[in-house]
Design a binder for this molecule. Structure first.
Ligand SMILES: Nc1ncnc2c1ncn2[C@@H]1O[C@H](COP(=O)(O)OP(=O)(O)OP(=O)(O)O)[C@@H](O)[C@H]1O
Ligand SMILES: [Mg+2]
Length: 403
């Protein structure tokens, strides 16, 4: 689209010079000698910019531009003046009648630049495109900002959680070591006393109970110790499929007869960089929880091991999975399920609903830590009364990295 410019000056020489200056510019340039003629022309043609001389016989330039402002507010108004007329001109600028000033005699480059700026401004004022585009760009920026804020908040939460776990790990391992030493003494003394054949049976029974409790405390301490060393790296990569089969055979033997384990291990040679004992911990904790959730009823725990690929940074639960190949170890039960409030807390250390039965609330916190430290994540879905599904994602180790 071509934009029109109107020059008004009572001196023909000035108008001729202006026509000549703008002959090669991409505007439709018109000239006229009087304000009246200018106003008439403006009735017929749309002008982007009007450039008026200040001193004219019928009407001053400032007066003309004021009229134009009221009738065609979008048109950009420029006044051409000599330095002597500054007072009047400044007044017109203050009142908003004039958009820009050009001093006579003008500098050609400056004049062209002033006209170009004026035309650009007119385009912005006039076409809704400019403001629409600006609006959509602003919207995009607002959305981007919102996304960045959410990401920031997510990272802050992860950082706080990591710091909490680190502090807890340090504290727990300190206490656990001291506790371990005390338990060694208690156990040793109990062993010594219990070999005494002169003990009366009721005392002997009490000592057996004390030894059992002490052994339970030892287990708890070793769990706390492994919790604080959950991030320690393993040695060689291992084939996960065969190991899972092995561990499940062991777990099945340890479970009460009402619990049946059904497995679907579709992976054989792919490897994971993880200690076999940690694989055992993961499966043991998940299976024990699943078995417990059956509440003494007959139940089936389904375990499957498949291979999956994450091409996009995936958001599942609250842990992100980087792109790559993963094992997906699933442990599903048809037990009593987990309510929504508890679901947000089950990975918190010491969260347990098994106070009466001596649950520590460390099982899931521990394995969650192990899995995260090995570049994986755990996600969970559960419905009260229907059961729970735990998925453990662990990164596959490439063959070149394998042994
Ligand atoms: N499969 C499941 N079904 C129902 N609830 C579960 C299941 N797994 C975990 N939970 C809930 O999550 C809580 C925390 O589990 P976690 O394994 O961390 O500790 P715990 O089992 O209570 O204690 P511990 O592992 O020492 O026996 C459990 O107390 C239970 O409420
Ligand atoms: Mg548990």
């Amino acid at each position: 689209m071509q934009y029109n410019i109107l020059f008004i000056d009572d001196e023909s020489g000035v108008l001729e010079a202006l026509e000549w200056t703008f002959a090669d510019e991409p505007y439709g340039c018109l000239t006229c000698k009087t304000p009246v003629e200018a106003l008439r022309l403006m009735e017929e043609i749309e002008f982007a910019v009007v450039v008026s001389d200040q001193r004219m016989p019928e009407m001053d330039g400032t007066e003309l531009l004021e009229k134009i402002k009221h009738q065609w507010p979008a048109t950009i108004r420029i006044l051409m003046t000599a330095y002597q007329e500054m007072d009047i001109v400044l007044d017109a600028i203050n009142k908003g009648h004039v958009y820009n000033l050009i001093f006579k005699p003008w500098d050609e480059t400056e004049l062209k630049r002033a006209i170009k700026t004026a035309v650009d401004d007119y385009k912005l004022r006039k076409t809704s495109d400019g403001s629409e585009q600006l609006k959509s760009e602003t919207n995009q920026l607002v959305q981007l900002n919102h996304r960045m804020e959410m990401k920031n908040q997510y990272l802050m939460e992860r950082l706080q959680q990591a710091q909490k776990m680190e502090a807890l790990g340090n504290l727990s391992s300190g206490i656990a070591h001291d506790f371990n030493n005390i338990l060694l003494i208690i156990n040793g003394c109990l062993d010594l006393v219990m070999v005494d054949s002169s003990l009366i049976p009721s005392v002997y029974t009490k000592l057996v109970q004390a030894l059992q409790a002490s052994n339970r405390a030892k287990d708890l301490v070793s769990q706390i110790l492994s919790f604080s060393s959950a991030n320690e790296s393993s040695g060689k990569p291992i084939k996960l499929g065969p190991l899972v089969r092995e561990v499940l055979a062991f777990i099945q033997a340890a479970l009460p007869s009402n619990i049946e384990i059904r497995q679907n291990i579709a992976i054989h040679s792919e490897k994971v960089q993880l200690d076999p004992t940690k694989v055992y911990q993961i499966l043991m904790n998940l299976c024990m929880n699943a078995a417990y959730a059956m509440n003494g009823n007959k139940g089936i725990v389904h375990i499957s091991l498949t291979r999956t690929r994450s091409d996009q940074p995936e958001q599942a639960g609250r842990v992100k999975l980087l792109p790559g190949d993963y094992f997906c170890l699933t442990v599903s039960d048809n037990g009593y399920g987990i309510d929504e409030v508890s679901l947000g807390q089950i990975f918190d250390p010491y969260f347990t609903t098994k106070q009466k039965n001596g649950g520590t609330g460390l099982g899931l916190a521990l394995i969650n830590q192990i899995v995260q430290d090995h570049g994986g994540r755990i996600s969970v879905q559960s419905e009260v009364g229907k059961g729970s599904d735990f998925q453990v994602y662990l990164p596959l180790v490439e063959d070149s990295q394998g042994v």
